[in-house]
Ligand binder design. Structure first.
Ligand code: ZN
Length: 188
């Protein structure tokens, strides 16, 4: 089922997600719906807050994106990114492995807004998969950026919080319009 993507101005986007202790049938259904919603919106990642649930749950799929490469390391061995997708992250913990670099980002909760964001180029990720098992991986490039963007969502942090002042200033009229539109729609 395709769900409605929450937009900037919806307070759920600022809520820290609750940890998931058990992957219930309900959570499994939510994961399927999040993938379907993300794909229909042509996104590479989606956090639970973006479908209105404050949970530590995100989905990612970077398959088919060739202009922005990703890298993956499992148990110290370079691994196939495509075969690792689609990716479910429950209660993820992110450890930066190097210095931040700038790269372009958008967000399904901010339609048609883009900016360069500074983030570590590669990270180590520890999370639960949809079977409730813990797994660890290291990733770089687009996948690392997507993981960090989604992990931010799970803590109520949005990409506008990490934008340069100048970029945020440029987007200010659009941000104010979107926020007002979202708040008006929520009152109905
Ligand atoms: Zn986002």
């Amino acid at each position: 089922m395709i769900l409605t993507v929450t937009k900037y101005g919806n307070p759920v986007l600022r809520q820290k997600g609750a940890r998931i202790e058990t992957v219930t049938d309900e959570i499994n259904k939510l994961i399927d719906d999040m993938f379907e919603t993300m794909r229909s919106a042509r996104g590479v990642g989606l956090a639970a807050q973006q479908i209105g649930k404050a949970l530590q749950l995100a989905v990612i799929d970077v398959r088919g994106i060739t202009d922005r490469p990703s890298s993956l390391e499992l148990n110290g061995t370079s691994s196939d990114v495509e075969a690792f997708m689609p990716l479910v992250l429950i209660n993820p913990e992110i450890k930066p492995l190097n210095d931040p670099i700038a790269g372009p980002e958008g967000c399904l909760s901010f339609p048609e807004m883009y900016a360069d964001i500074l983030r570590p180029e590669s990270v180590e990720v520890r999370a639960l998969n949809r079977n409730g098992e813990q797994f660890v991986f290291r990733c770089g490039g687009l996948l690392a950026r997507a993981v960090q963007h989604e992990a931010d969502h799970l803590n109520g942090i949005l990409f506008i919080d990490r934008m340069s002042k100048a970029d945020k200033e440029d987007l200010k009229p659009n941000l104010e319009d979107l926020q007002a539109e979202t708040k008006a729609a929520l009152k109905k």
